[in-house]
Ligand binder design. Sequence first.
Ligand code: ADP
Ligand code: MG
Length: 159
Amino acid sequence: PPFPIKLAGVVQHGFGRGGKDLGCPTANLPDDSITPMSSVTRTGVYFGYAQISPEKDGKRILRDEDCTVMPMAMSLGWNPFYKNERLTAEIHLIHDFGSDFYGHQMNAIVLGYIRPELDYTTREALIDDIETDKRVAIKSLSRPAYQKYMHDTFFATEY
Ligand code: ADP
Ligand code: MG
């Protein structure tokens, strides 16, 4: 796939399907922002960097530390709501936020593939795998060839 892939959009409400319960909330991108990802037909988990804008409706809401460029793991999958004809991208940022950030602008650079979508028989197995994904994302991003993307002009240097 043609990495890096740049995605941007306003964070949407999803189905609220237990992301937070699993310790893995995912910020959902709007459908039309996923076009750059359409060349990638492989569903699964990807890694890269993401950044959230501090502002919503012109007001600065988020703390400074919530608006830096952060490592992320992204799930790309076919959306059952659209009869599996549309892709959905959901991004878990590896950071503890002080609050939710629905309605905020999110920019992301996808840099590589971690694994395909898998079926889990237990909740514990799923949670374990999410933890592995986070470790793989952080470990992969520690390579200098990837770190330079933190400073890409696609991200804001200062908010
Ligand atoms: P939804 O189905 O609405 O996407 P989730 O359980 O996946 O519900 O929660 C996603 C929301 O959680 C995000 O839109 C964001 O506002 C908030 N959130 C808080 N921390 C994070 C994080 N580290 N990564 C992604 N989203 C987060
Ligand atoms: Mg989500």
